[in-house]
Design a protein. Structure first.
Length: 646
């Protein structure tokens, strides 16, 4: 039949509509007018964000009332009604067809009459169609010559080069690279730095940064309670240093380098690539959540694209495939468990000493009751009067002399160092970014510090599972604490640890030659060493007396008005902690009472020991009278007292 004699078929005009389903979003509808380009590029008509979406993924075209799609994505990643599509091939679409790529679903509908798209573009005017001819739909139209399937312009064709997957379509790979970076940072802080012997130097470098963040940055955000996340901030100081150094050396982050994620080949200079990698490493810290989840900031571009002006690709070489699947997973696990392979003194095992000194049962006993509001300690114990305790005053140091009047032997408890609780908190947080998140969010009291220190010192491979449950996978601080706590101990083959009772404020570490006492005071941790005046000649009774004294030294948090009378050991030690006018009279009263006890025993050696102690302290009092609350009258009284002790 001739075309001129054929009667035209007039039908109602209809439009092709795409219903786009994106997870967690409302369904969006788009009308296809002549052409519609879909993909990740923000300049497209339809922006799709999914790991499997390419920059330009689909080209929808309507010609002669027939809708077709040019697939520009990767082979076998997009399906049409369940059948996979090949790259650079054209397919005819009909009503009810369903395109699926990743988590995005596109359904084709036909709408009769005028339809207004939900897209921002206004539909273009269409010519009046007199006759509708819908050809049969082959699966692939590459070999069929159809006039309405013209090749799209080269601007929309993908570049003809080796197929790589863009980094912004590979969210799992970016998370994988980030996990590797975190594990490498943990390995660096908890294993490499202690092994090469610069642990203390590194902590001295990071601690002022931590304190600066607390005092200046977090001080103005007290309502946000950001100090709870300080351990994470401290950890990412090391993370940032690793990322920056890695980017300047490798041109990409260490984790990305290990899995073969690198910059696309460009004509940029090596210096430019490293500078862009440096920017990328910075925003991994500043905009970490945006980087991980590829959150678009503007026109579909994420933070990495806006700030580094570059994209990255994943290498499909055999080496990096093996690295991603076989090498890096066990290496990350090895990094987390690396502290167990530290050498002495980090991985020393402590034996728990379960033999506290027995209670004295002899009839000759004396009651010691004393309280220190400054040190936060109290003692209330009935001890043998065979033994005496005298303070040795030094500048901001605690020294005690223990004397066995029967056997004429003595021990000296000499202060070695003090650790502020702020510094101790930093030691807990070092190499443990989850410490503040998992730990108690309230202010730590000294008995809480004692509990944590004891748990971390006794950490061993047998406690892996409960430790991971309590603190997460980052528990290197339990090993790193041991180095600072064992600096002065010479023999490290066999170390006994004794926390005494739950309420005792002391942990004792002892080896063959050394004994250390860690006293958890009100403001700081005080480390004392136990020294024998005549080496290896201390009596077992004197050692038991020292243990009995320590087991009765308890915490006292609330400052109280001392009802203990007369002034005793801890009250006079307060004079060494702060200046107070009451200290002078208390010291005088203390020595008067001790002199009376000594004179009643009529022991010349004990009298000489007390006289030497008083004369030694008088030299300290003369140097700083104000600190100890000394007046001329009190000083003269002490001098006269020392002369009267026989």
């Amino acid at each position: 039949m001739n075309e001129s004699t054929e009667t035209p078929i007039h039908r109602e005009e209809f439009y092709y509509v795409l219903d786009v389903k994106i997870p967690d979003q409302l369904i969006k509808t788009y009308e296809v007018v002549d052409q519609l380009i879909a993909g990740l590029d923000p300049r497209n008509d339809l922006i799709l964000v999914d790991p499997k979406i390419k920059t330009k993924h689909f080209l929808f075209e309507v010609k002669n009332q027939t809708l077709s799609v040019h697939h520009m994505g990767v082979d076998n990643e997009t399906t049409l009604n369940g059948s996979t599509l090949e790259k650079d091939k054209h397919y005819i679409l009909e009503k009810g067809d369903r395109l699926v790529v990743g988590k995005i679903e596109i359904n084709v509908r036909i709408v009769k009459g005028h339809f207004r798209s939900s897209a921002t573009s206004i539909p273009k005017p269409r010519p009046v169609i007199e006759q509708l001819k819908i050809p049969l739909k082959p699966s692939v139209l590459e070999s069929i010559e159809l006039p309405f399937l013209e090749k799209p312009t080269t601007a929309f064709l993908p570049e003809n080069k080796k197929s790589y997957l863009a980094s912004y379509t590979l969210i799992p790979y970016k998370i994988y690279g980030l996990i590797i970076d975190v594990c490498l940072t943990y390995f660096l802080l908890s294993f490499v730095i202690p092994t090469i012997g610069i642990l203390e130097l590194t902590q001295d470098l990071l601690y002022p940064i931590s304190q600066f963040i607390i005092e200046h940055n977090l001080g103005s955000f007290r309502s946000l309670n950001l100090s709870h996340y300080l351990s994470v901030i401290e950890f990412f100081i090391g993370f940032n240093l690793l990322m920056i150094s890695g980017s300047l050396i490798l041109g990409t982050t260490p984790g990305a380098f290990c899995i073969g994620l690198h910059h696309k080949k460009t004509d940029k200079s090596i210096l430019s690539l490293r500078f862009r990698a440096y920017l990328y490493s910075l925003i991994n810290c500043v905009l970490l959540p945006l980087i991980i989840f590829d959150i678009p900031l503007f026109k579909g571009k994420n933070a990495k694209e806006w700030l580094t002006f570059s994209s990255r690709e994943i290498s499909h070489s055999l080496f990096f495939k093996i690295s991603r699947r076989a090498i890096m997973p066990p290496l990350c696990v090895a990094c987390l468990f690396s502290p167990f392979f530290l050498k002495n003194p980090f991985n020393i095992l402590f034996s728990l000493e379960n033999n506290p000194a027995p209670q004295f049962v002899e009839t000759h006993t004396t009651l010691i009751k004393s309280l220190s509001s400054e040190l936060g300690l109290k003692i209330n114990a009935e001890l043998s009067n065979q033994f005496f305790i005298f303070p040795n005053f030094q500048k901001k140091k605690i020294n005690l002399s223990l004397y066995d009047s029967k056997n004429k032997q003595s021990l000296i408890l000499s202060e070695q160092s003090r650790i502020s609780y702020q510094r101790l908190l930093f030691s807990f947080r070092y190499a443990n970014p989850l410490f503040d998140l998992i730990g108690n969010q309230t202010v730590y009291a000294n008995e809480k510090f004692k509990k944590i220190v004891f748990e971390d010192l006794t950490l061993s491979i047998t406690k892996i599972i409960p430790t991971i449950k309590e603190k997460g996978p980052f528990f290197a601080n339990g090993f790193l604490l041991k180095e600072s706590f064992l600096k002065t101990i010479k023999s490290k083959e066999n170390i006994l640890i004794n926390p005494f009772s739950k309420n005792s404020a002391i942990i004792k570490l002892s080896s063959n030659d050394d004994q250390l006492l860690f006293i958890f005071g009100k403001k700081e941790l005080i480390v004392l060493s136990v020294v024998s005046v005549l080496k290896n000649r201390t009596t077992p009774e004197l050692n038991n007396f020292a243990n009995q004294l320590m087991i009765n030294l308890h915490f006292a948090h609330v400052p109280e008005q001392s009802t203990f009378s007369p002034p005793s050991l801890l009250e006079v030690l307060d004079a060494n902690e702060h200046s107070n006018d009451v200290n002078g009279p208390n010291i005088l009263t203390y020595y008067i009472n001790e002199a009376k006890k000594v004179q009643d025993l009529k022991n010349p050696e004990l009298s000489q020991f007390l006289r030497d102690n008083l004369e030694q302290n008088l030299l300290v009092f003369k140097k700083d009278k104000t600190k100890f609350g000394m007046t001329n009258d009190i000083e003269k009284s002490l001098i006269n007292l020392s002369k009267t002790i026989l």
